[in-house]
Design a protein around this ligand. Structure first.
Ligand code: UDP
Length: 239
């Protein structure tokens, strides 16, 4: 019998870049479909799943601000980019039979539902995969912080951060063959050593609320389900 998942409700943070595949910009549909299949597999294990999707594959506020654009406007553009990614993921999930809802922190009711916390919880209780779009709805934040915020609001048991490698390493494993992967780190380790896992406000919010963060490789097929059943490689960040 397959191992039982250790968590009942989780939030998965997928960066916009994870959806690019080998491309330099935008969406790679095969990659979106593969990640959607992994998400569906976790839902099929009986886990309630919600997602926060980034927008860095399309637009980053900070990069535009560095070229002279006003930061707040640039960040609003970044948030709109996350809505595009959320719709792409919704489409891929529904094509394989998953029930989904996109809830945006910036209301745009002709496109998706506005974010209402109690409605989001109800969707998840009904087995729908909830996709949170437009980050926190505020400029000067990131989708990492949005992921920690929504995970806490939804009462998630863990925040899963899908990255390019299978956990947090002492150095970049793609450049340094001596780099070692940590099985476990404390929130304080991440903050005090400035380990590039998620931004400091996301880590602080997780720490204040005792929300474990699990870092794993989003590109390894099936890894999302494996880390939840304790069979996958990952780094767990907790107290
Ligand atoms: N953003 C924002 N507020 C939020 C979340 C995102 O202003 O709460 C903007 C910000 O400009 C950011 C862009 O949206 O650069 C895309 O999000 P992010 O960089 O976090 O995406 P990722 O790196 O995960 O793809």
């Amino acid at each position: 019998m397959a191992a039982k998942p250790a968590y009942g409700r989780v939030l998965l943070k997928v960066s916009g870049e994870a959806l690019m595949g080998d491309k330099a910009y935008g969406l790679d549909h095969d990659t979106v479909e593969r990640i959607a299949a992994d998400i569906r597999a976790v839902r099929d294990l009986g886990v309630e799943v919600c997602l926060v999707i980034g927008g860095g594959n399309i637009f980053r506020g900070l990069s535009a601000a560095a070229q002279g654009m006003e930061r707040a406007s640039a960040d609003y553009m970044g948030m709109l980019a996350t809505v595009m990614n959320a719709l792409a993921m919704q489409n891929a999930l529904e094509r394989i039979g998953a029930q989904t809802r996109v809830l945006s922190a910036i209301p745009m009711t002709t496109v998706c539902e506005p974010y209402i916390r109690r409605r989001a919880i109800r969707h998840m209780e009904k087995g729908r995969i909830v996709i949170f779009a437009a980050g926190t709805g505020n400029p000067f934040f990131t989708t990492d912080t949005a992921a920690a915020l929504r995970a806490v609001e939804m009462g998630c048991d863990a925040l899963l951060k899908g990255t390019q490698v299978d956990g947090v390493y002492s150095a970049d494993p793609k450049k340094d063959p001596e780099a070692v992967r940590y099985d476990r780190l404390s929130y304080m380790d991440v903050l005090s050593r400035d380990l590039k896992v998620m931004d400091a406000s996301a880590i602080s919010l997780a720490r204040e609320n005792g929300l474990p963060i699990i870092v794993f490789n989003i590109h390894a097929q099936g890894a999302f389900a494996r880390v939840l059943t304790g069979e996958g490689t990952c780094t767990t960040i907790n107290d």
